[in-house]
Design a protein around this ligand. Structure first.
Ligand code: GLY
Length: 295
């Protein structure tokens, strides 16, 4: 059925594992041959295990991908801000997909007018629809969007913050997060105003060699305090403490995050901090923020 659908739609086309695959279950296919191979990879070779028992086959959208966040109290949706992440493992957005190798906020492609369009055409109808279906949604709503020439299009929703987008949002948030979350729980989001730092935040993910394929755990990471001495914050993702030592304990391991007056300055500050981290077994992309800087 999947092959027939691909034949009927033509290419380019997108084939996805329908279950959770840590951000890696999406295959962008330039032609039908690649699309058939993607179906075999997911459904016959079981590349993503049970997550690939079914596939979703979607329109190939062209544009800039954006992560847009709103907080919802069942009735009201409060727009937060947008961020952009870099999903592939290699510089220039090359190579296989990952959970995200770096991010920045704000995302200039989402200006005030675009944010209003996203709220009016995507977020608010979703909230109304869920309430009308007897399933009012409360919590954080993360819309994965493609900003196309025909306007914003929804790729997917997540009921969580993005990783590493969240790290950039937390650097910019000036209001008390707890108060905002409580207002979502008590249905009072319409009375809340969120204050954001106008500076740009940028985070560089440091991952262990081999990621997003197989990798080893347990290598020692040094220099985190030196990295933070210049004002960056190093968020821990896949680490564990062993006495005084910090060891790598996952694929994406550290998020080196900086706040500065522009994406370009935040990029410089974040990479200066990355350079202080002594971890031969780790790597990062060297171009996080390139799209915003080119813009
Ligand atoms: N960075 C993408 C995600 O959290 O899904």
């Amino acid at each position: 059925a999947a092959r027939e659908y691909i034949r009927a739609q033509g290419a380019p086309i997108v084939v996805k594992a329908d279950g959770l695959a840590a951000g890696k279950g999406v295959i962008l296919c330039r032609n039908e041959k690649e699309a058939y191979a993607a179906v075999d990879h997911i459904m016959i070779e079981d590349a993503f295990g049970d997550a690939g028992a079914e596939v979703v086959i979607e329109e190939f959208m062209t544009g800039e991908e954006v992560s847009f966040f709103a907080l919802v109290d069942g009735e009201h949706a409060l727009p937060l801000v947008a961020a952009q992440d870099h999903k592939t493992v290699g510089d220039g957005d090359e190579g296989p997909n990952t959970g995200g190798m770096g991010a920045y906020s704000p995302a200039r492609v989402v200006d005030k007018a675009m944010a209003i369009t996203i709220m009016e055409t995507i977020i608010e109808p979703t909230i109304r629809g869920m309430a009308a279906d007897g399933m009012p949604y409360k919590g954080i709503l993360f819309a994965g969007l493609m900003i196309t020439d025909a306007g914003p299009k929804l790729i997917e929703y997540n009921c969580r913050f993005g990783d590493p987008e969240c790290q950039t949002l937390m650097m910019r948030l000036e209001s008390d997060l707890l108060e905002i979350l409580l207002a979502a729980v008590t249905g009072e989001l319409d009375q809340v105003k969120v204050e954001w730092n106008r500076n740009a935040a940028l985070t560089v993910v440091m991952a262990v060699n081999g990621y997003p394929g197989s990798y080893e755990k347990g290598s020692e990471i040094r220099g985190i305090n030196d990295a933070e001495a210049g004002g960056a914050i190093v968020f821990h993702a896949g680490t564990k403490a062993d006495g005084n030592k910090i060891l790598a304990n996952g694929g994406r391991v550290l998020n080196v995050t900086a706040l500065a007056p522009s994406v370009e300055k935040a990029q410089t500050k974040a990479y200066d901090a990355v350079a202080k981290i002594n971890w031969p077994e780790g790597f990062c992309r060297s171009d996080i923020g390139w799209r915003a800087i080119n813009r």
